[in-house]
Ligand binder design. Structure first.
Ligand code: 13P
Length: 247
């Protein structure tokens, strides 16, 4: 049986309005694509992308949301407003937000709560730096990053959670993790989940970090990989389409 899979493109702070129009003009989806396809544009372009995907099997994600419901938080975007724009997913815990915006587990659990309350699914990213990996901290770092999911394990919103393992050293570097490394970490996350939350279903675990048109097929064959969170290669319609062809 083919696995239920998700392939998401995180455009980060890339693609202008004109480039978004060009992207959709050039995008040709593989026929009968079995994957759930998600695109995450910059926040102001969400309505443009929602419009483009109206007749396509593509869902829209936001790259961030506020930790508060509403109010005097200049510059923030609420989960409620994202949901009202047709957004279905929010990427949270991305290493770039942890690194440049000092997002930690306390803040992230508040953001997750806002999303779940607004019926948005969360793609929760975890991953270690090279220093952490080389100093034997990999498992501790991942366990710490997963702690902010605990409070949701008793709720019926659990099914709205998706995980993405993105080793920081593989993001945007062209240095994809080896198949053995990916399989090993995904299995570790699975067993941590089974131990910590024995009563709930295992969320899908995506891999992210230098996924491209050439390596996607091999990565997808790993049993513990439920799909991808793609950065750079998702900006190129031809490459993204090739990644969507994996099976
Ligand atoms: P790259 O695919 O560019 O390495 O980025 C991965 C990523 O950070 C997706 O969220």
């Amino acid at each position: 049986m083919p696995k239920k899979s998700i392939i998401a493109g995180n455009w980060k702070m890339n693609l202008t309005l004109t480039e978004v129009h060009d992207f959709f003009q050039q995008l040709s989806l593989p026929p009968q694509c079995p994957h759930k396809i998600i695109l995450a544009p910059q926040a102001p372009l969400i309505p443009i992308v929602t419009n483009h995907v109206q007749k396509l099997p593509i869902s829209v994600a936001a790259q961030n949301c506020s930790f508060e419901k509403k109010g005097a938080f200049t510059g923030e975007v609420s989960a409620e407003v994202l949901a009202s724009l047709g957004v279905e997913y929010v990427i949270l815990g991305h290493s770039e937000r942890r690194q440049y915006f000092a997002e930690n587990e306390d803040l992230l659990s508040k953001k997750i709560r806002q999303c779940l309350e607004s019926k948005l699914s969360v793609i929760y990213c975890i991953g270690e730096t090279l220093t952490e990996r080389n100093s034997g901290q990999l498992q501790n770092v991942l366990k710490r990053q997963l702690t902010c999911l605990t409070e949701f394990s008793q709720s019926n919103q659990w099914e709205q959670l998706i995980l993405a393992y993105e080793p920081v050293w593989a993001i945007g570097t062209g240095q994809v993790a080896s198949l053995e490394q990916v399989q090993e970490v995904h299995q570790f996350i699975q067993s941590t989940f089974k131990d910590s939350y024995p009563h709930v279903n295992l969320p899908p675990i995506l891999y992210g970090g230098s996924v491209n048109a050439l390596n996607a097929q091999d990565l997808f064959t790993l049993p513990a990989v439920a799909g991808f969170l793609v950065g750079g290669a998702s900006l190129k319609p031809k490459d993204f389409s090739t990644i969507l062809s994996v099976q």
